[in-house]
Design a protein around this ligand. Structure first.
Ligand SMILES: NC(=O)c1ccc[n+]([C@@H]2O[C@H](COP(=O)([O-])OP(=O)(O)OC[C@H]3O[C@@H](n4cnc5c(N)ncnc54)[C@H](O)[C@@H]3O)[C@@H](O)[C@H]2O)c1
Length: 300
């Protein structure tokens, strides 16, 4: 079977990783990236990342022009900045230049797909594909359908992603944040509320998660866990605790205050916690090493 031609629009952190996944799986990949420095560095960065498999990066062709990047694509993955107006206007350019049968996907983290593809005329082939960072080490891709996405288009995308080794799941309604980010940020809101309300400090929140249910999460999802302990037990717990969880319908004051004070996290050295350069490097290394070990363990 001929490998589909892939176009990735935006060669930043996510675009580069997605291009790498397809290149390793043998697909020719064009990356549309207007920033010269980023564009010229993509192949070298992927080669560095791949080590022994570096030759696969030669399947990646960066180009400055979006139209040229998509002109013979079977599937297009848009990975530009998280900006609705930018994404909307790019999808007009992409649709005008791409083959009529190409699948058109946005990698937005949380913006509903319906708004992003508003100006696409053939909406049957447009959808979201929410990859997780780093795309080569995290298996999940959420495939988000709008009310107009066709079943064959969804099936083609699920099949393509499965063949390149990803774990695609289907999101049947185009809700903000899809599935993963809704779950993740429900947890983060409660985490911030615990600190805001003086129950514990930020380090304690992180220790509790990492040293308890975080250990199980990679092999035991929340609803599997509910079945494991029993739905009756889950109901009893919910009766006792849900009334007291935070339900603020917007960002918490504690978070707004951090941002207003310029405490932006690792990029300024202070956020919920204070970070030295070695601590930041150690954390990033710990995450990457952990993800690589998980993959190695799964491969046996
Ligand atoms: N970073 C993450 O953890 C993560 C995870 C999942 C999804 N996402 C989503 O993926 C998308 C990209 O995120 P990122 O972290 O890779 O961003 P990034 O800033 O690293 O990269 C964005 C790239 O888009 C390019 N770009 C800007 N305008 C363009 C245009 N008109 N045509 C082509 N390229 C253009 C930029 O030059 C840049 O290289 C965003 O929608 C983001 O929300 C990010």
């Amino acid at each position: 079977m001929t490998k589909e031609r892939i176009a990735v629009i935006g060669g930043g952190m996510m675009g580069q990783g997605i291009a790498q996944v397809f290149a390793v799986a043998g697909h020719p990949v064009r990356v549309g990236e207007p920033d010269t420095t980023r564009r010229e560095g993509i192949v070298a960065r992927v080669k560095r990342n791949l080590g022994d498999e570096a030759a696969a990066a030669d399947r990646i062709s960066p180009c400055a022009d979006v139209g040229q990047a998509v002109e013979d694509a079977d599937a297009v993955f848009e990975c530009v900045f998280e900006d609705l107006a930018l994404k909307r206007s790019l999808f007009e350019i992409i649709e005008a230049a791409a083959p009529a049968a190409a699948l058109l996907a946005s990698n937005t983290s949380v913006i509903p797909i319906t708004g992003i593809v508003e100006r696409v005329r053939d909406k049957g082939r447009a959808m979201g594909t929410h990859w997780w960072n780093p795309p080569d080490l995290v298996p999940l891709v959420e495939v988000i359908q709008t009310v107009e996405t066709t079943e064959p288009a969804i099936q083609r995308m699920l099949d393509l992603l499965t063949r390149v080794g990803k774990t695609p799941v289907r999101v049947r309604r185009d809700v903000p944040g899809f599935i993963g980010n809704r779950l993740q940020h429900a947890l983060w809101r409660e985490a911030i509320a615990l600190v805001e309300n003086g129950v514990c400090d930020a380090e304690t929140v992180d220790t509790v998660v990492k040293a308890s249910f975080g250990r199980r999460l990679a092999v035991l999802g929340p609803l599997e866990n509910a079945d494991l302990v029993g739905t009756d037990m889950t109901l009893a717990i919910h009766k006792e605790v849900l009334f007291d969880l935070d339900r603020t319908p917007g960002p918490l004051a504690y978070l707004r205050d951090l941002v207003a004070a310029g405490r932006l996290g690792m990029k300024t050295g202070q956020g919920f916690r204070t970070w030295t350069k070695p601590q930041m490097a150690a954390l990033k290394d710990r995450v990457a090493t952990h993800l690589k070990r998980l993959i190695a363990a799964e491969r046996g």
